[in-house]
Ligand binder design. Structure first.
Ligand SMILES: [Zn+2]
Length: 69
């Protein structure tokens, strides 16, 4: 499954490796397979221009069969 990269600075295009802050958001409703989607968001700070921006770090699906990332 291809991952969408969201850790690219919108100002200068620099890739920021790690977010300085992360938090999870859990979808209130399950999908068709009765799995809950958990999205991990992160706040990034560009080391080049100092721009702070928000992006999705990863998504995980929590279901009866375990965790699917
Ligand atoms: Zn930047």
């Amino acid at each position: 499954m291809p991952k969408t990269k969201q850790n690219i600075c919108p100002e200068c295009g620099t890739e920021v490796k790690d977010p300085y802050k992360t938090w999870e958001l859990i979808a209130p409703f399950p999908d068709k397979k009765m799995r809950i989607t958990m999205t991990i968001f992160g706040m990034y700070e560009c080391p080049k221009c100092g721009k702070k921006f928000k992006g999705i770090v990863s998504k995980a699906k929590l279901g009866a069969e375990g965790i699917e990332i």
